[in-house]
Design a protein around this ligand. Structure first.
Ligand SMILES: Cc1cc2nc3c(=O)[nH]c(=O)nc-3n(C[C@H](O)[C@H](O)[C@H](O)COP(=O)(O)OP(=O)(O)OC[C@H]3O[C@@H](n4cnc5c(N)ncnc54)[C@H](O)[C@@H]3O)c2cc1C
Length: 416
């Protein structure tokens, strides 16, 4: 049996972030993953500025190493929103986005990178850490709270006893369900599918990611994210509640859009599907939950922290992993693993991500009104200040706040 201070279950972005932060703090940990890396994870592969900011906070050297991996990631400078009436709005990630600026070009804010590669990069990073013992190919299926720690085990007599568990095993975490009582709720969950295509045409020269709010998939969107080597990550995500209500088959819907949507089909004329269409769940952070208990903390998708408006979960997974590591280190110093001590992690998540998740939930509800979305896109295209304002959405919560207030739209309508 391995004895450790902290055991992290899952080596996705959340688990790796926790391990990297623990290493920085000099706390020993064991990281266990059921998969053998490199492994794939169904995703849109979009890495926002939040991912880079969080990795920078852990260690800027990690970002420098990521930046050098030019062949596996594509730098992206913005996003294109296509409204239900098919008018589009192109927004740079920076409010002062200038497609001719060489300084901006050398400092990308976002990337698109296949998870097979990005997650393997993170795993290689934890393998370099002196305080991290990484074990892959072990499926943890039993958790036992004992007086001196959590005993976790796998089928093959594999056992670890830890003072603290950081649960980072993703959207289908059995610990979240059985121990923390967090179950999938259709109105707080999105079902997503993604496919890789080659030779999709009409991509933006600065690799903008594309979010198409096509009527048939509202509340949700169809996306095209450009990848290196002429490939693209193409997918659809939609609220699970609506999928069941309207009996939608997402794979059929994706194929329908690609083959017969009047605007999209032209761009897929010479495109080929690589591999198969794959799906997975996105547990949204649109409901506040208790994320900790005696000797444990839930992070990333196991804690349901995906942004309800954008579907982004990697950034929040990294942030929550970092918060959990900080709390684990503090609990070890205080020798206090009670649920009251662990609750400080919940407070950190609330402080760091709570306001943004609530605002995104309100924005998600706005998409239910296509006319409002159409109006916003139409007006933004004519008004430079408004466009800059929307661009700030990628950085500043207070701007999103304005977008959810009726007074914002009133001013848009009458102050053009
Ligand atoms: C279709 C789709 C599109 C998405 N697009 C984006 C996007 O473009 N940008 C974005 O930011 N987010 C996106 N997301 C969300 C993003 O994928 C997740 O939020 C992110 O992967 C969460 O990271 P995580 O570390 O919490 O979990 P995961 O990445 O799921 O990692 C969990 C790890 O735990 C391991 N594990 C599971 N069970 C066990 C066990 N019993 N024992 C040991 N190990 C175990 C798994 O092997 C895995 O390695 C998308 C999600 C989907 C489904």
């Amino acid at each position: 049996m391995i004895r450790t201070k902290v055991c992290i279950i899952g080596a996705g972005p959340a688990g790796c972030s926790a391990a990297l932060q623990l290493n920085k703090l000099g706390v020993d940990c064991v990281v266990i993953d059921k998969a053998v890396f490199p492994r794939d994870k169904i995703c849109g592969d979009g890495l926002s500025g939040k991912v880079i900011t969080c990795l920078n906070r852990i260690d800027p050297e990690i970002v420098k190493r990521l930046d050098k991996l030019e062949t596996i990631k594509l730098n992206s400078w913005g996003a294109t929103f296509v409204a239900p009436n098919r008018n589009k709005l192109e927004v740079g990630y920076r409010p002062d986005y200038d497609q001719n600026s060489t300084t901006q070009k050398s400092n990308p804010i976002g990337y698109v990178c296949k998870r097979m590669d990005f997650d393997n990069f993170l795993v290689e990073e934890i393998k370099r850490c002196a305080h991290v013992n990484f074990i892959d190919g072990v499926n943890i299926n039993s958790y036992l709270l004992e007086s001196d720690g959590y005993l976790i085990s796998a089928d093959n007599d594999f056992e670890v006893k830890a003072d603290i568990l950081i649960v980072a095993n993703g959207a289908h975490s059995s610990f979240s369900k059985k121990v923390a009582n967090i179950v999938m709720e259709p109105k707080h969950n999105v079902a997503g599918i993604r496919a890789y295509y080659k030779n999709v045409t009409g991509m933006n020269a600065d690799n903008f990611i594309e979010l198409h709010f096509i009527k048939s998939v509202l509340p949700g969107y169809f996306w095209i994210f450009p990848l290196p080597n002429g490939e693209a990550n193409v997918g659809v995500g939609m609220l699970t509640e609506e999928i069941s209500k309207r009996k939608i088959n997402l794979t059929k819907e994706l194929k329908r859009i690609v083959e017969s949507d009047p605007i999209i089909k032209e761009r897929f004329k010479n495109a080929t599907l690589l591999g198969s269409v794959e799906g997975y769940g996105l547990p949204l952070g649109s409901k506040k939950r208790l994320l900790s208990g005696e000797r444990y903390m839930l992070v990333g998708d196991a804690a349901s922290l995906i942004d309800p408006f954008t579907g982004e979960g990697i950034g929040n997974a990294l942030y929550s992993g970092r918060y959990a590591a900080n709390q684990a280190a503090a609990a070890i110093v205080a020798n206090d693993f009670s649920k009251e001590a662990m609750y400080k992690y919940d407070l950190d998540v609330e402080r760091g991500l709570g306001a943004e998740l609530r605002l995104s939930h309100r924005l998600q509800k706005l998409i239910m009104f296509p006319w409002l979305f159409n109006l916003l896109v139409n007006i933004s295209n004519r008004n430079k200040q408004v466009k800059e304002l929307i661009s700030c959405m990628f950085y500043e919560v207070d701007i999103r706040e304005r977008l959810t207030k009726p007074s914002f739209y009133f001013k848009l309508l009458f102050n053009r």
